[in-house]
Design a protein around this ligand. Structure first.
Ligand SMILES: C[S@@+](CC[C@H](N)C(=O)[O-])C[C@H]1O[C@@H](n2cnc3c(N)ncnc32)[C@H](O)[C@@H]1O
Length: 247
């Protein structure tokens, strides 16, 4: 089934795919500022949490899905020093920014390759990666079950999918405050800072329409993953799920 990622309702996949391509190709150059605003300034702390949870060894070949301008790729490179990282994204303009950071030494000597890849149709062989990272990716994909099945397929048995995504605060009061902030303030001051109000309206709507922690875990289990755990950050505004492909 494919959905409209802004509403969570069933819809042809190309509605969301075209919108996400438009948004990210036009904001690629100012994406890092957009990211700082859209994660409410907390993205560095959430990324650090993601690294603490990620079971990535020094001999790992890592696939970064929806890698964008390379923030996760370069953080993994610096924190884990794996053998190789394949940094992929649907939008080449985003990867161009990542390539420029790589040329400036952002990976600190770790080998990184870049390729345009739609996570819903991954062009790699079965069981070819030790770990997959993905930050703020799955929410933007209209065919989420298909994308998770593809990630499951290209992971080696015993490998882990480590996924950072906006989520749902379990506490009712915090959830209500956050909901207000998301709906009314984020489009306003996000738009003011980056000049891209529409991108922030989409962000708010897609977060609201996205499944909660348990819902995402269930989707991962449906794709075949086991031992799915998650940790909440900032009271559950974000969560990092770790899911294992069994032997
Ligand atoms: C919010 S950005 C996150 C980028 C990066 N992971 C980070 O943490 O900064 C979302 C990225 O998902 C990418 N994306 C959206 N749909 C995708 C798909 N179907 N396959 C691969 N990447 C996709 C977009 O192009 C965009 O670069």
């Amino acid at each position: 089934m494919s959905i409209d990622t802004a509403t969570g309702k069933e819809a042809p996949a190309d509605i969301s795919s075209e919108r996400v391509k438009d948004i990210f190709s036009s904001i690629a150059k100012k994406y890092e500022r957009f990211n700082a605003v859209s994660s409410f300034g907390a993205y560095k702390a959430w990324l650090a949490g993601m690294m603490r949870q990620a079971p990535i060894g020094a001999d790992a070949d890592v696939l970064d899905i929806a890698g964008g301008t390379g923030d996760v790729t370069f953080t993994v490179a610096r924190a884990k020093h794996p053998r190789h990282i394949q940094c992929t994204d649907l939008v080449d303009e985003m990867l161009d920014v990542a390539r420029a950071h790589y040329a400036d030494g952002a990976a600190e000597g770790v080998l990184v390759d870049f390729e345009v890849v739609d996570a819903q149709h991954i062009p790699y062989a079965d069981a070819s990666y030790d770990a997959i990272t993905m930050a703020y990716g799955i929410r933007n994909m209209p065919e989420r079950d298909q994308a998770l099945s593809e990630m499951f397929r290209v992971l080696k048995p015993g490998g882990a999918l480590v996924c950072l995504e906006f989520s749902t605060p379990p506490n009712r009061v915090w959830r209500a405050l956050y909901s207000f902030y998301l709906k009314h303030l984020i489009p306003f001051w996000g738009g003011l800072i980056t000049g891209d109000r529409e991108g922030f309206v989409y962000l708010s709507r897609s977060i609201k329409a996205f499944p909660d922690q348990r819902g995402l875990a269930t989707m991962m289990e449906k794709a075949g993953f086991t031992d799915v755990t998650w940790k909440n950050y900032t009271g559950g505004i974000a969560a990092v799920h770790v899911a294992i492909k069994p032997h």
